[in-house]
Ligand binder design. Structure first.
Ligand code: GLC
Length: 422
């Protein structure tokens, strides 16, 4: 192991000890043990955060990677649904809750989804001793979750799932929703009001899926979410194959291929060479140039000319080729926002390590390890320079948002790939 990788591994181990939450939850009569996103602002268990933590834990403690996923799935509902936040130790943080805009299924579980990174999370824990037993134990639940997504979130049966609220993509204030939500820009209160315009009518229909879709308030076939969906169905197929479930493996691979094909056929805009979300029953393209538009580079079956189009954007210094790539919004988009300490809006410009984790792997899959190596190296440099922050200024590398932010530890996985390919 190189000294650089050793130092990053040690830093992640220490971070994950600081952010570990353990205890017993009387409300569900279960023990919990997970890494929270950040002690200051996010002490609960978030869905996609935990999946990313499981990936990073795969490098420091495989058993804890499995424990993270078990905690995440502990309160899976009988229909297969898994909440985007589990408020395990809610009583200790009541004051914080008033600052969140979240829809609840119960006082302890939110009622929405986040990008389904779950199969990748499981794959990270499926190595070494006990891997097969872990897969046997956990995959039936993972499969139920993906069946739930397929059954409830793809009513038009085109292979693309829809988000029903802007926060379901995890990209809460991304400018790609501005026009659709009717907000004009960088004011947090406008977003909260827009969120309520969506969430209140849902409450009136008891948050039943068919009725929420019928309201057509916010129905987004999101490129970012669906790329992750396609990849995770594919990975789930591979994992099912490992435990001998050939039928399940075939089904998941077919679904992955269908999602992938739908992204390519329906979300690609020839004129700009970018992928865009399809919004509302009219499936209007949300044409804003954000990192979401680049995500399909992750798809193995992305045609070469589409990949080349995305690479041109990634290499363009006026858009994404910043000193610390990859900014969450193209730097020449009018909505691009340079981060500042008092700005609470997320995903409007800064560089995030989780999107880098996807883009770098995509570039390796499409024959550009040189560009991937740069993203891997710069991601690690961000952490080495300014610690585990929530996001960073792509031009200066300065960190912003939450401190000791756990998913930024994906820099370890990026660095491990980088160091293995020297
Ligand atoms: C913010 C982000 C969301 C993340 C959560 C916890 O709400 O928008 O994506 O999961 O914080 O880190």
């Amino acid at each position: 192991m190189t000294p650089r990788l050793r130092a990053m591994t040690d830093a992640v181990r220490a971070l994950y000890d600081r952010n570990r939450q353990r205890g017993f939850a009387p409300w569900c009569q279960r023990d919990y043990d997970f890494v929270c996103p950040s002690m200051g602002t996010y002490p609960f268990q978030w869905f996609w955060d935990s999946c990313f933590h499981a990936v990073a834990l795969g490098h420091v403690d495989v058993e804890r990677s499995r424990i993270e996923v078990r905690s995440l799935l502990a309160n899976q509902q009988p229909d297969g649904f898994v909440a985007h936040v589990t408020f395990w130790q809610r009583e200790r943080f009541e004051d914080l809750l008033s600052t969140y805009a979240i829809a609840y299924r119960t006082p302890y579980l939110s009622d929405c989804i986040q990008p389904p990174v779950l199969a990748e999370a499981v794959a990270a824990g499926a190595q070494g001793e006990g891997a097969d037993a872990y897969l046997e134990e956990i995959l039936p639940r993972v499969r139920r979750y993906f069946d739930w997504l397929d059954r409830l979130r793809d009513p038009d049966r085109d292979g693309l799932i829809a988000t029903l609220q802007p926060d379901e993509s995890g990209l809460d204030h991304t400018p790609k929703y501005d026009g659709y939500l009717g907000v004009s820009g960088a004011v947090l209160a406008d977003y909260t009001a827009a969120w309520e315009r969506v969430a209140h009518p849902y409450a009136a229909v008891e948050r039943q899926h068919e009725r929420m879709f019928a309201l057509d308030r916010f129905v987004d076939e999101d490129v970012f979410v669906n790329t992750i969906y396609a990849e995770n169905q594919r990975v789930l197929g591979e994992l099912l194959d490992r435990i001998g479930d050939r039928q399940g493996a075939r089904e998941m691979c077919a679904r992955a291929a269908k999602t992938s094909a739908a992204i390519v056929e329906r979300c690609f805009d020839e004129a700009s060479g970018l992928f865009f979300d399809l919004a509302g029953s009219g499936e209007r393209m949300l044409k804003v140039n954000t990192v979401s538009s680049l995500m399909p580079i992750l798809l193995r079956d992305l045609p070469d000319d589409h990949a080349a189009a995305l690479v041109r954007h990634i290499e363009d210094p006026s858009e994404y080729a910043a000193p610390f790539p990859v900014p969450s919004v193209a730097m020449n988009e009018p909505s691009y926002l340079t981060p500042t300490a008092d700005n609470k809006l997320v995903w409007r410009g800064p560089t995030w390590i989780n999107s880098n984790w996807y883009i770098a792997r995509g570039l390796r899959r499409h024959g550009r390890p040189d560009l991937a190596r740069r993203i891997e190296d710069r991601s690690a440099a961000l952490v080495e320079g300014d610690g585990f922050r929530e996001y960073y200024d792509p031009r200066t590398g300065q960190g912003f948002g939450a401190r000791d932010f756990s998913w930024t530890a994906l820099a370890l996985d990026l660095l491990a790939t980088h160091e293995a390919d020297r």
